[in-house]
Design a protein around this ligand. Structure first.
Ligand code: ATP
Length: 292
């Protein structure tokens, strides 16, 4: 059973298709990044998962059940609503009483989000990062198996982002399944096991970060470059060899480097540089979404 599974999930608002046949799968224990530019349909999808928005069509299974239940699920979807004049701990106490969860969970949750020391301070005095972390603590009160976080790092300063990243990684390491949305590639790249890329309401890729990057590329500086390109094309095929800024760029695995070097040298071509070039997720994302 997958913690989250959707099949052709669709939401229309009049003529606008906000979410278009999205079929995604979040696996147990992974941190899954739902990635896309603003307006791509991320929040609408998460809201459908939580039963806050009714899908136009398609199906959802959440922890093996229809959506609408929150058993085993913690969520932070809009800025959390806390009382500014109560402390962090008192705010959680109110929520715990409401949802009938044992008071000891409050300190556990505060500890998980690193707010124990400031738990007695009024919420109104918290930084944005602390407010977000208290929101995550609230989502953790019932010790959920699955956490759904909408843009958890949005608006945070670099230190706040780093804290949130550490927290999410810790939750992942503790065996929780985390589904988070983000429009920031750098974030997703650093904390997620797998990503789903959404653009214009459609899921256009779903894979590990490494797979999405498509592995490494080889970069070769050779002279004469035309001869080197012709030889490389005969070895690897037309499509996998490009000349960029006077250098060969090859879509082949790094393990082929030594062999390629030998072939070029044997053909009398002078190789002055040969290296592995990682593709940035940013480039892949731009290629996929055709933005920029
Ligand atoms: N209640 C609504 N009525 C009409 N259109 C809506 C409604 N909610 C969302 N939309 C539209 O659906 C599209 C997807 O919005 P959504 O908020 O899901 O995107 P997002 O990827 O979460 O973006 P952001 O990061 O900006 O929140 C947008 O074009 C938005 O204007």
């Amino acid at each position: 059973m997958f913690p989250v599974e959707t099949h052709e999930l669709t939401k229309r608002y009049g003529q606008l298709v906000a979410v278009d046949k999205v079929s995604l799968t979040v696996r147990p224990g992974e941190v899954y990044g739902f990635l896309g530019p603003n307006g791509a349909g991320k929040t609408t999808t998460l809201r459908m998962l939580l039963g806050l928005v009714r899908p136009t069509s398609g199906t959802i299974r959440l922890l093996g059940r229809e959506p609408g239940h929150l058993d085993g699920i913690g969520a932070l979807i809009e800025g959390p609503a806390f009382y500014p004049y109560l402390s962090g701990r008192e705010n959680l106490r109110v929520l715990a009483r409401h949802s009938g969860c044992p008071p000891r969970r409050i300190d556990i949750a505060l500890d998980l989000v690193d707010l124990t020391e400031r738990a007695g301070d009024r919420y109104g005095t918290y930084s944005l990062g602390m407010k977000q972390r208290l929101g995550v603590a609230a989502a953790l009160l019932k010790d959920p198996k699955l956490l759904i976080l909408d843009e958890p790092t949005n608006g945070l300063d670099p230190a706040g982002m780093a804290d949130m990243r550490r927290l999410i990684r810790r939750l992942g390491a503790a065996g929780k399944t985390v589904l988070l949305s983000s429009h920031m590639l750098g974030e997703v790249q650093q904390i997620c096991d797998r990503v789903g890329v959404v653009s214009g309401g459609r899921l256009i890729a779903e894979s590990t970060v490494a797979e999405l990057r498509g592995g490494a590329r080889l970069r070769v500086v050779a002279d004469p470059v035309d001869e080197a390109a012709a030889l490389a094309r005969s070895l690897f095929g037309e499509d996998r060899v490009h000349v960029e800024e006077g250098a060969l760029v090859l879509d082949v695995e790094a393990g082929k480097a030594a062999w390629l070097n030998a072939e070029l040298v044997n053909a009398g071509i002078d190789v002055s540089e040969l290296g592995v070039r990682e593709r940035e997720l940013e480039d892949v994302f731009l290629e996929l979404t055709h933005v920029g």
